[in-house]
Design a protein around this ligand. Structure first.
Ligand SMILES: Cc1ncc(COP(=O)(O)O)c(C=O)c1O
Length: 376
């Protein structure tokens, strides 16, 4: 592969911080966990932060802490990574999908109310590709129906809507730190909330159902081991301290792409919506409507064969076979999602991508588009 889809950005500072932990006996349950949590809560501007071993476990713990279980429904979107929906299923509830807005690719607020039933227990907007949802409308509907909002902020660390950071709109929100994210801990996630009860429940659930007073072998509920080690947290602390630099680098790469792809009517190039400042998780272009699904797949194949790693972010979640089988979802259920999914090409995108590499990607993409008719 000549140019990868994503790459972490690890400096000597991160390496030193991880090595420093390795020289102590505190590899887990040590001081780096609360240091990382405190720094993260301060950055986002929320009262509590609870570190966990992945974004998926974080979302799962949100479900449990909010008392969501068998027979319940959580409203969310099918245009996302699978792990927005699977935590809902892990507690025996149903991801009740509603379609997305074709511009910001987030939950379409107009579709939420028709999706609310007696079984609805929460609304879970996804800040897909780091795009904030229309939170004014989403939160208004949630309040009207007395439903908590769970923000899946896994892709959106550092994005803002009208100056307010994502992760502060819902009752509870979750970030993810897999290495393709804006910042990484290797694997990891963070739950954010202003509600002490929810935070304390998540702390107990991530740590084998222990409570504050019960000691190491006192377990007051069914719990899990979703702890994040001090090694991961040390890495996270340094990455978070670099977040402004990271955001600036990503913004620059996005700008190069926007400039080099401008004016090509075969492409819909991502931009920031009014009031939004993106932290740019990925750079996903969409092909114009005249391109077929098959042509998009052919374009992906050709680019990958040429050493430019690209991907189809995302196939529709409701059409994943296990999901369709369990809930009866089928083609045609969410037309906006399905049409967007057929047109996306995620281009290589990471902090240290150079202008020359962006030019190679754009040149290869244009050349591939020129030949698309011939490729099929
Ligand atoms: C939107 C979204 N939700 C949830 C997750 C799950 O996070 P993790 O991979 O850390 O479990 C991810 C990322 O991987 C994601 O992109």
């Amino acid at each position: 592969m000549r140019i990868h889809l994503s790459r972490p950005d690890i400096t000597e500072k991160e390496i030193e911080a991880v090595c420093a932990v390795l020289r102590t006996p505190n590899l887990s349950l040590g001081p780096k966990v609360s240091e990382f949590e405190q720094a993260f809560a301060n950055y986002i501007g929320r009262k509590r932060a609870v570190a966990v071993n992945s974004g998926t476990s974080g979302l799962f713990l949100c479900m449990l802490a909010l008392g969501i279980g068998p027979g319940d429904e959580v409203i969310t979107t099918p245009f996302t990574f699978i792990a927005s929906a699977t935590p809902i299923m892990m507690v025996g509830a149903k991801p009740a999908f509603v379609d997305i807005d074709p511009v910001n690719l987030n939950i379409d607020p107009a579709k939420i109310e028709p999706g609310i039933t007696k079984k609805t227990k929460a609304i879970l907007p996804v800040e897909v590709f780091s795009n904030p949802a229309a939170f004014d409308k989403v939160c208004e509907i949630a309040q009207k129906h007395n439903l908590p909002v769970i923000e899946d902020s896994c892709e959106a660390l550092g994005s803002t809507l009208n100056g307010r950071k994502v992760g502060t709109f819902g009752e509870i929100s979750v970030f993810g730190f897999y290495p393709n994210k804006q910042m990484t801990t290797g694997e990891g996630g963070m739950i954010l909330t202003d509600d002490d009860e929810l935070a304390d429940m998540c702390i107990s659930l991530r740590n084998q159902g222990r409570d504050k007073s019960g000691g190491w072998l006192g377990h007051i509920r069914l719990g899990y081991n979703f702890r994040l080690s001090d090694i991961n947290c040390a890495l996270g602390i340094v990455q978070l301290s670099r977040i402004d630099e990271i955001k600036a680098k990503r913004r620059q790469v996005a700008k190069w792409y926007q400039e080099m792809l401008a004016g090509d009517d075969r492409l819909i190039v991502p931009t920031e919506q009014a009031g939004c400042e993106l932290s740019w998780f990925v750079f996903v272009v969409r092909l114009a409507e005249r391109f077929t699904h098959r042509q998009r797949d052919q374009i992906l194949q050709t680019m990958n064969a040429k050493g430019i790693q690209v991907s189809n972010y995302f196939p529709p979640v409701h059409l994943q076979p296990f999901m369709a089988k369990q809930f009866g979802y089928k083609e045609g259920d969410f037309p906006v999602t399905e049409s967007v999914c057929k047109s996306t090409v995620a281009l290589p995108f990471y902090n240290n991508l150079t202008k020359d590499e962006v030019a190679i990607v754009c040149g290869t993409l244009k050349e591939t588009l020129d030949k698309t008719g011939l490729l099929i």
